[in-house]
Design a protein around this ligand. Sequence first.
Ligand code: BES
Ligand code: ZN
Length: 425
Amino acid sequence: MVYKKFLKVFFSVSLFFFTQPLPAFNPDFDRGVDIRSAVEESRKIESEFAYAEDERENPVWISVSDTDLAGLGNEFDFTSRQPLAHGNTVSVFKVKESELDELSDIMNRRFHKSAGFFAHTSFESALKDIIAPPAAMAGAFTIDRPDVVKPMLQMVSEENISDIITKLSAYKNRYYRSETGVSSARWLAGYWKELVKDRADVSVALHRHASWPQESVILTVKGSANPEQVAVLGGHFDSIAGWGSSDPVAPGADDNASGIAALTEAIRVMVKAGYKPKITLKFIAYAAEEVGLRGSREIADAFKKEGVAVQGVIQLDMANYKGSADDIYLIADHTNAAQNAFLGKLIETYTNYRWGETKCGYACSDHASWTANGFIASFPFEAKMGEDNPNIHSAKDTLAQTGGHSKHAFKFANLAVAYLVEMGK
Ligand code: BES
Ligand code: ZN
């Protein structure tokens, strides 16, 4: 009883607190931006960092599973904090934004990347995590466009993928609050814009987030027949290393320049082939994944709120380290079984790659933001869990560390091409 009352009071107080400093969130996904003037404006953004530093004291509500919590012991000061809400398996806590880095680092060390948490900018949003996500609708996945897919697969180039990985990992880091974290987003948006400049049906937009300076990048190909239906191909482009530093050396070549490079190559091939989908395709490079899936969570929440008819989502995160016998591992948890089976069939139909299944064991990447909102999401991954790239989240995550080539990420670019054509019809 007392607990409920506390919740109620806290809820209204936090809602008040939240609604005051943050501007209204307006998900205008199709609004294009002039990249050149945006780049010129990056100086202005720089001066916003002082203000951004203050924001690190802002409250953030995190949801974390009880299993992960138990494993944490008292290394992080959870013991002296009461959960603000508690479900069957998940609790919600309030922490300071500045504590997020420390928390993700402790989780990484304790579990060797096997614990996660969702960070939210409101208590209300965090509460949704303790309620079971709505069941995803059943997708009708069919494979019948070999005439279109096969010639496109011939166009996929490994060299282009290496090129993008090299460019992205040349930034000192792509941290969600750093200057290079912002400029790398601007660079990617400019690159995508250049790729699609001759296509009137394609736009590229920077998606601003209210609580940190790094934008997400959204490329939209408007569907020619059923534009209200949408398929999403995404991956995060931010990077992180260690904790305590807001400006670390974090090349993030495999995690996750590789996924972004594979998506970029799929975009290039789509344009080169003159492929025009019947439904809308969105390619999304998410900001702020490494600090609690924050960019994707805001975007997926907004799609849900807007009632966008999402037909399917794929996540590419870590694609260039071949650590296991099979080529592509479909993550079996926090994903949709029907779409996973469809991806398996796509691999069998269009490639000679071997695929397997593995589990993350937690909400390990942006696909989970979509699943939490009841959307169909899948996550094709580079290796069996535990045999994946050991150098991520460090200065050693470079292209050189994965052999200086992109043979593995090449397979994921092929899968993305097959997916976008068979979904786009
Ligand atoms: N790319 C990783 C996720 C990953 C790592 C999946 C290793 C499979 C194997 C992602 O960028 C990441 O680091 N996620 C965090 C969790 C997130 C909620 C902050 C992690 O795994 O610690
Ligand atoms: Zn990642």
